[in-house]
Ligand binder design. Structure first.
Ligand code: NAG
Ligand code: NAG
Ligand code: NAG
Ligand code: NAG
Length: 717
C-alpha cells in the first residue's frame, strides 16, 4: 500500500511539473472556449413553483424568463462544460436526458464526467421535474412540460456553446459584495468551534469569484460569477415566474455587453451561479413578526403563533428587494470585469466524477470534545422535524418550530403510516428527530436519492467542486480548505477553489457536524446524518487527487432511473379555450392610457388563451413596440425584460375563458414617440388543435422625461 506521504509527494511532482510547463514561454496552454444561452422557461400558469413547497404558490404569469447558460473549455486533451440554470435544482432525470441528447448529437464528447450542471436555486420557477417523490409531491407530481422545457433549454445552450467554440483565454478575479446577504441560522453557525469562526470576519461569505472568457482576439465572450446567496428575494406569495436576484444580475450584465439588446439575445453570456448558499438569505432586514414587526422568538415563531416570522428587505416590496440585491451583485461583478486585476488561468484541464451511496460511506473524524479520531459513517436519507418548519425565507405551513430536537407523537403516527425509521436510523441520525424516513420509503418509487453525483474540474490551479446540494457557509469553507490542502501540497501557487452549488443531483442540505446538533432547518434537511460533510470532505479530496494524478476513479453505483417508472402526475391538461362572448382571442379589452413618461406604468388587458398551450420558448408573450422613423414597429421590451409583467387570469373555468394583463414600467432614458403593446399567444380549439393569435393595443405617446402633466399634445390614432 502507498503511504500518504508517498502519495503526497507524487501529487506534488505531477502538479508542479504541469504548472512549470504551463508557465514556460511558448508553451502557454491555449484553450478553446465557447459559450451559449437558451430559454428554459416552463409553463407559467397553474403549475406550483419549486422551492418553498407551498402548494398554493402556483404560477399565474411571468416576470423574468429563465435561461440555461453553458460554458465549454477545452485544452486539446480534456473538455469541461459548466452549465448554470435558472431553476430550483437539478435532478438526475433531467441530467441523464440532457446527456442522452448530447450523446445522440456528439457521440462520447459530453459525458457525466465532464458536464457539470448547476442550478441557481431560484424559488419562483415551475416544479415537477425532479422525479423523486418528496420533491414532486408539492407540485402534484411530475410535470412533463416543465421537464421538457428544462431539458431542451439546457441541451440547446450546450449545443450553442459547442458551435461557438473559438481559441480563447480564461481569467480569474475575486471581489466582495456587502449588504446583500445574512445568515438565516446564526444559532447553528455559532455552534462551530470559536477558533474556526475567528478565522472569518462574517458568518456568511462575501466573496464573489469571477471567471472570465475572452477570445484570442480579445473579444469578450462570457463570464461566470459565483456568489453565495439564496435566490429568495421573491417570496412565497409571488406567482410570477422569475429567475430572482441572481437571474436579474445576469440580465443586467448581458444587457451591457450585448449592446442593449433584449434579454435572452446577444452572444455574450453572463452567469451568476450558486455556491455555498445553504444558510444564506438575501432578506437583509432579518426575521421579524409579520404584523407587529417585533423580533421573532429564539425558535423563529411569533407570540401566539397568529403571525408568521419571516425576513424581507432591503426594498419596500419583493420586486424592489430583488432589484437592489441584483444590482449590488452585478455592480461588483462589473467592477471586477473592468478593473478586477484578473489573473490569467493557465494549465491543463482535468475532470473527475463519481457516484456515491452516502449511507455506505465511512470517514475519519476528529471529535474535539472527546479529542479522539473516530470512524464515522453515513445514514439512509431522512428528514428531521425542523424541515417542516421552513425558514425565515419561507415559513412552513404547519406549526413546527426550528431547532426541534424532540419528537411529537402525533406526527410520528402520521409518519409511521409512510415508513417507520429503524433503530439503526434513529441512532445514526443522532440529534435529528426523524419526521420522514425517506430512505425507507419506496412507494410508489424513491423519495430522496441515496446515490449522489460528486464531481470536480481542475483548470490549472482553479478547482471547481460541483456539490449535490446546499452547503452551508462553514461547510463550503471547510470543503475549500480540504481541497486547498491537497492542491497546496502540490504547488506553491495560489489555488482558487470554487464550490459550485446544487450540481447534478439534489440531496438537500449539508451542514457541519456542529451545526447539525442545533437542528435548524438546514440541519434537519442534512439527509445523510451528522457526518454528511465529513464524508464529502474525503470524497472531494480523493477526486482532486485522482484528477491531478490523472488516475481513473471507480465510477460508483448507478443511480436508479426513475424515468422508467410510471411517474405520478395529478396535473390536468388544458382542455379548451373560448373567448368571452362576442370577443376574439387577442382583443384588447382595456387600452393603455394615451400619454406616459419615464417611471409611469402602462398597462393593457387582452382576451387570451392558456399560456400552457405554447411556452413561447425563445419568443415572447408580449412585446412593447416603438414606431420607428421608417414606419416599422421595433421591439423595445419583451416578457423577459425587468420592466414588463405578464399576468394571466382565469375568468371562467367552465367556458375556459381567460385574460392577460400586460404592464410596462416606462424606463429612464426612453426615446419619446409612439408606442403600443402586443400580445402573442395560442388557444386550444374545443374541437381540437392549437392555433396562434395576437392582439395589439391602441398607440400611446411616450413624452420626454419629467412630468407628463404639462406637455400634453393632441393625440392622433
Ligand atoms: C457592440 O457594439 C460594438 C460597436 O458597434 C461592436 O464592436 C461589438 O461587437 C458589439 N458587441 C456585441 C456583443 O454585439
Ligand atoms: C431585536 O433584535 C435586534 C437584533 O438582534 C436587537 O438589536 C434589538 O434590540 C431587538 N429588539 C427588541 C425590542 O428586542
Ligand atoms: C412577501 O412580500 C410582500 C411584498 O412584496 C409582502 O407583502 C409579504 O408580506 C411577503 N410575505 C412573506 C411571507 O414573506
Ligand atoms: C463527539 O463526541 C461526543 C461524546 O461522545 C458526542 O456526544 C458528539 O456527538 C460527538 N460529536 C460529533 C460531531 O459527532
Amino acid at each position: 500500500m502507498e503511504s500518504p506521504e508517498h502519495g503526497r509527494s507524487k501529487v506534488l511532482a505531477v502538479l508542479s511539473t504541469w504548472l512549470l510547463l504551463a508557465a514556460l514561454p511558448g508553451t502557454i496552454a491555449s484553450y478553446s472556449v465557447g459559450v451559449g444561452r437558451a430559454d428554459t422557461t416552463g409553463p407559467v400558469a397553474e403549475i406550483v413553483f419549486m422551492g418553498y413547497a407551498k402548494i398554493d404558490q402556483k404560477g399565474s404569469g411571468l416576470h423574468l424568463r429563465t435561461f440555461s447558460r453553458a460554458f465549454i473549455i477545452d485544452d486539446g486533451e480534456e473538455r469541461f462544460v459548466f452549465v448554470s440554470v435558472d431553476s430550483a435544482m437539478i435532478g438526475n432525470g433531467v441530467r441523464q436526458t440532457v446527456l442522452q441528447n448530447l450523446a445522440n448529437e456528439f457521440g462520447s464528447l459530453y459525458t457525466e464526467k465532464n458536464v457539470m450542471i448547476s442550478a441557481t436555486h431560484s424559488h419562483s420557477t415551475p416544479g415537477g421535474f425532479m422525479l423523486h417523490m418528496l420533491f414532486d409531491i408539492t407540485t402534484f407530481g411530475f410535470v412533463k412540460e416543465t421537464f421538457d422545457a428544462m431539458v431542451n433549454g439546457i441541451t440547446k445552450s450546450i449545443h450553442r456553446a459547442h458551435y461557438a467554440m473559438v481559441p480563447g483565454r480564461i481569467f480569474i478575479a475575486h471581489g466582495e459584495v456587502h449588504g446583500v446577504n445574512i445568515n438565516r441560522s446564526p444559532a447553528a453557525y455559532l455552534n462551530n468551534p470559536k477558533s474556526e469562526r475567528e478565522k472569518y470576519k462574517h458568518d456568511v461569505d462575501k466573496i464573489l469569484t469571477q471567471v472570465q472568457f475572452v477570445g484570442a482576439d480579445d473579444r469578450p465572450l462570457g463570464v461566470i460569477n459565483w456568489f453565495a446567496i439564496h435566490p429568495t428575494s421573491m417570496n412565497n406569495t409571488n406567482h410570477l415566474v422569475s429567475s430572482d436576484n441572481v437571474g436579474y444580475a445576469s440580465i443586467l450584465f448581458e444587457k451591457i455587453m450585448n449592446n442593449d439588446s433584449l434579454p435572452g439575445k446577444g452572444s455574450f453570456v453572463a452567469a451568476f451561479a450558486s455556491s455555498n448558499l445553504g444558510d444564506v438569505s438575501p432578506n437583509t432586514r432579518g426575521p421579524k413578526c409579520e404584523f407587529s414587526g417585533s423580533n421573532c422568538s429564539k425558535h423563529y415563531t411569533c407570540p401566539g403563533r397568529k403571525e408568521m416570522c419571516f425576513a424581507s428587505g432591503p426594498g419596500k416590496d419583493m420586486f424592489e428587494s430583488t432589484s437592489i440585491i441584483a444590482n449590488k451583485i452585478f455592480k461588483e461583478s462589473w467592477r471586477l470585469w473592468q478593473y478586477g486585476n484578473a489573473k490569467e488561468v493557465i494549465g491543463p484541464i482535468r475532470v473527475a466524477h463519481r457516484y456515491v451511496n452516502m449511507a455506505k460511506q465511512t470517514a475519519k473524524y476528529y471529535n474535539a470534545t472527546t479529542r479522539r479520531t473516530e470512524i464515522v459513517h453515513g445514514c439512509e436519507p431522512a428528514m428531521g422535524y425542523s424541515f417542516a418548519a421552513g425558514t425565515i425565507d419561507g415559513p412552513g405551513s404547519f406549526s413546527f418550530e426550528q431547532g426541534t430536537t424532540t419528537a411529537n407523537p402525533m406526527w410520528n403516527a402520521v409518519r409511521n403510516l409512510l415508513a417507520t425509521p429503524t433503530t439503526e436510523d434513529v441512532t445514526c441520525h443522532g440529534a435529528k428527530p426523524i419526521l420522514l424516513a425517506t430512505g425507507r420509503m419506496y412507494l410508489p418509487y424513491e423519495w430522496q436519492p441515496k446515490i449522489v453525483a460528486t464531481q470536480v474540474a481542475l483548470i490549472g490551479n482553479v478547482v471547481i467542486a460541483g456539490v449535490p446540494g446546499e452547503f452551508t457557509t462553514m461547510s463550503g469553507r471547510r470543503l475549500r480548505e480540504a481541497i486547498k490542502t491537497v492542491m497546496n501540497d502540490a504547488s506553491d501557487d495560489e489555488t482558487s477553489v470554487i464550490v459550485a452549488g446544487l450540481c447534478n443531483t439534489y440531496s438537500d442540505y449539508v451542514t457541519t457536524p456542529e451545526e447539525y446538533q442545533i437542528q435548524r432547518y438546514e440541519g434537519a434537511s442534512t439527509i445523510y446524518g451528522p457526518h454528511t460533510l465529513t464524508l464529502y470532505l474525503k470524497q472531494y479530496q480523493e477526486l482532486v487527487t485522482a484528477a491531478i494524478l490523472k488516475k481513473d476513479v471507480d465510477p460508483g453505483p448507478t443511480p436508479p432511473d426513475l424515468r422508467k417508472k410510471n411517474l405520478l402526475t395529478f396535473v390536468t391538461p388544458v382542455l379548451y379555450d373560448t373567448p368571452k362572448w362576442g370577443r376574439n382571442f387577442g382583443d384588447c379589452i382595456r387600452q393603455p392610457q394615451k400619454f406616459a413618461t419615464s417611471g409611469d406604468i402602462v398597462s393593457a388587458v387582452f382576451i387570451s388563451g392558456h399560456p400552457r398551450n405554447n411556452l413561447m420558448t425563445e419568443n415572447s408573450y408580449l412585446t412593447i413596440e416603438r414606431l420607428a422613423d421608417d414606419e416599422v414597429w421595433v421591439p423595445v421590451a419583451n416578457d423577459a425584460s425587468w420592466e414588463t409583467k405578464f399576468e394571466w387570469q382565469r375568468m371562467s373555468m367552465v367556458l375556459g375563458s381567460s385574460q392577460v394583463i400586460i404592464t410596462w414600467q416606462v424606463p429612464e432614458n426612453i426615446k419619446p414617440g409612439e408606442y403600443r403593446i402586443r400580445h402573442n399567444g395560442y388557444y386550444r380549439y374545443i374541437l381540437g388543435g392549437i392555433f396562434p393569435y395576437y392582439g395589439v393595443s391602441n398607440h400611446f405617446q411616450i413624452l420626454p422625461g419629467g412630468s407628463s402633466c404639462c406637455r400634453r399634445r393632441p393625440y392622433y390614432v
